[in-house]
Ligand binder design. Structure first.
Ligand code: ZN
Length: 303
């Protein structure tokens, strides 16, 4: 029933050739290509600026600080604590001009409001994207499975959503990411290649670690999405009408709005406004899609 991922041991003989290849590639790439070309997004600054500031503990310290285009499990370094935490890296698709596509994204689920939200989305035949946290109750697990069974996309958000913990270091981030990624895989069978940072990629807690974490996650092939429209549903004191207005009016500034909503048990107003928001966006000419690894990136500009 549950599909567990089997961790395989890497043979010691492979370690030396792999390391040698990586060292050669590092030398070659830094000589022949500017590092910025190896990165998948313009928003990620070139690496020399952060080289030397990154302290990675233990087994990860041998990792070269560059990003490869074709990450896969074969990119795993010897003693990588997460040898299967790799995914096929893809380039963002070309965007057809003037095609209006809205992406409804829901963070912080699953919750008791997930199934009611799925019912609303079903009513309109709309597919959305859910960035999940680590909740393991029976109802939460069922909600996770339903998200997938009803055709929505699922991505990693954070297991603990504890900013101070997950942004303390690259290792701390990976440990949390691996845990929620594995929970999603076991529960739904989805080996998701997409994620959204808790608090967004630029926040008050990751100033010292964001660049190193993004570099490492790019190396592993995962694609992250921020948002360009905030419904405001996490803002204290916001009204249902304001959530509607943000979601609908701010989306009209974009051909491809990626709209941030939340799906905790407290977000009843979001659920309540969803039919009106969907109808308004449809009337404005948008169709709805889920985020995929090759969807056009929406990422905050790193400071
Ligand atoms: Zn969140």
């Amino acid at each position: 029933m549950r599909r567990a991922k089997h961790f395989k041991k890497r043979s010691g003989e492979r370690a030396i050739p792999i390391l040698a290849t990586l060292l050669l590639f590092t030398l070659f790439s830094s000589t022949c290509f500017p590092l910025s070309q190896a990165l998948r997004t313009e928003e990620v600054p070139s690496l020399p600026a952060i080289a030397g500031q990154i302290e990675i503990k233990g087994a990860l310290s041998a990792r070269p600080e560059w990003t490869v285009e074709t990450a896969s499990e074969e990119n795993a370094l010897p003693n990588d604590p997460y040898p299967l935490l790799y995914t096929a890296s893809v380039s963002p698709q070309d965007v057809k001009p003037k095609e209006k596509v809205a992406y409804l994204t829901f963070d912080d689920g699953p919750s008791n409001l997930t199934l009611p939200l799925l019912d609303v989305l079903d009513r309109y035949g709309v597919k959305a994207t859910f960035f999940l946290v680590g909740k393991t109750g029976e109802e939460d697990r069922k909600a996770m499975r339903e998200i997938v069974q009803r055709g929505h996309a699922i991505g990693v958000h954070s297991y603990s959503h504890d900013y101070q913990k997950i942004y303390a270091s690259v290792d701390a981030f990976l440990s949390d990411f691996a845990r929620i990624h594995q929970l999603i895989l076991e529960e739904t069978g989805v080996d998701t290649p997409i994620y959204r940072f808790a608090g967004g990629s630029v926040n008050a807690y990751n100033r010292d670690t964001a660049k190193a974490i993004i570099t490492e996650m790019n190396r592993r092939g995962y694609a992250y999405f921020d948002w360009n429209v905030d419904s405001g549903d996490a803002t204290v004191g916001i009204t249902a009408q304001q959530i509607y207005q943000h979601a609908v009016n701010d989306s009209k500034n974009f051909d491809r709005p990626v709209i941030l909503f939340h799906n905790t048990g407290a977000k009843e107003m979001t659920l309540e406004q969803m039919p009106a928001i969907i109808e308004a966006l449809q009337q404005a000419g948008y169709r709805f899609e889920t985020l995929k690894a090759d969807s056009p990136p929406v990422r905050f500009r790193l400071p």
